[in-house]
Design a protein around this ligand. Structure first.
Ligand code: DX5
Ligand code: ZN
Length: 220
């Protein structure tokens, strides 16, 4: 069975209470999270700054869950080794960042990590076409990257559909991940468009009963 037929729920730590990080990670794991989504931001590629390799290392040492690291940074190639050493399981880099995309993806796979490629809402799907046979996951940003709590941009689901159609047509097997504004309201449309990995911050970490919210999201 192709990997992308499995629904994967990845709560985004950006929306968690960082003053209680160990408890928040346990909350997500006990709620049934498949992955923990870690948004790395450098203040250049996006207008926000979050955390770096040392933060990922702490997560990796204290939790036994797949760390889905989303590098919203200008130079993912320059920092790649440090995220690999830190224990990232999946590393997703932006096609719009300043690096040799194929070379970065190759290095991620050589290190034994899942290779992901991300595309911003305003970018044309054609930008990722040259790389779709080199990835394990395509991350379609469904909000402008940099902040949680935004509304899903409906036009981004056209990119999800195009990615699914391209995958079928070319016999490829990458996951399709949607990231930003994923709630109980938007999950059905994202699923219908072809997504199988759902990143959710506000709608999971932001609610008291994360387990019910996550179970419900898995069902939709
Ligand atoms: C935004 C991040 C998203 C964000 C999702 O740049 O990539 O992962 O944390 O947060 P919500 O689910 O609140 O939109
Ligand atoms: Zn993200």
């Amino acid at each position: 069975m192709a990997q992308y037929t499995k629904r994967i729920i990845a709560p985004s730590l950006l929306a968690s209470d960082w003053s209680r990080l160990p408890e928040e990670c346990s909350r997500a794991i006990h709620a049934g999270a498949d992955w923990l989504h870690c948004d790395v931001m450098d203040g250049h590629f996006v207008d926000n700054i979050t955390f770096g390799p040392q933060f990922i290392e702490c997560l990796s040492k204290t939790n036994d869950i797949f760390l889905d690291v989303h590098l919203m940074i200008e130079r993912p190639d320059h920092f790649l080794e440090r995220f690999i050493k830190a224990g990232a399981d999946g590393i997703t880099v932006h096609v719009e960042a300043r690096h040799d995309v194929s070379e970065t993806l190759r290095r991620i796979r050589t290190a034994g990590c899942q290779a992901g490629l991300a595309i911003r809402p305003e970018s044309d799907f054609s930008l990722v076409l040259p790389y779709l046979d080199q990835i394990d996951l395509l991350l379609v940003m469904t909000v402008v990257p940099g902040f949680g709590g935004q509304k899903l941009i409906p036009a981004t689901l056209d990119t999800v559909r195009a990615a699914r159609d391209w995958r079928e047509k070319h016999g490829l097997a990458y996951h399709i991940e949607v990231d930003g504004g994923i709630t109980h309201e938007t999950t059905p449309a994202a699923t219908a468009a072809g997504a199988n990995v759902f990143v959710a911050g506000s709608s999971l970490f932001g609610v008291p009963d994360m387990k019910s919210a996550l179970t419900e999201m898995r069902r939709l």
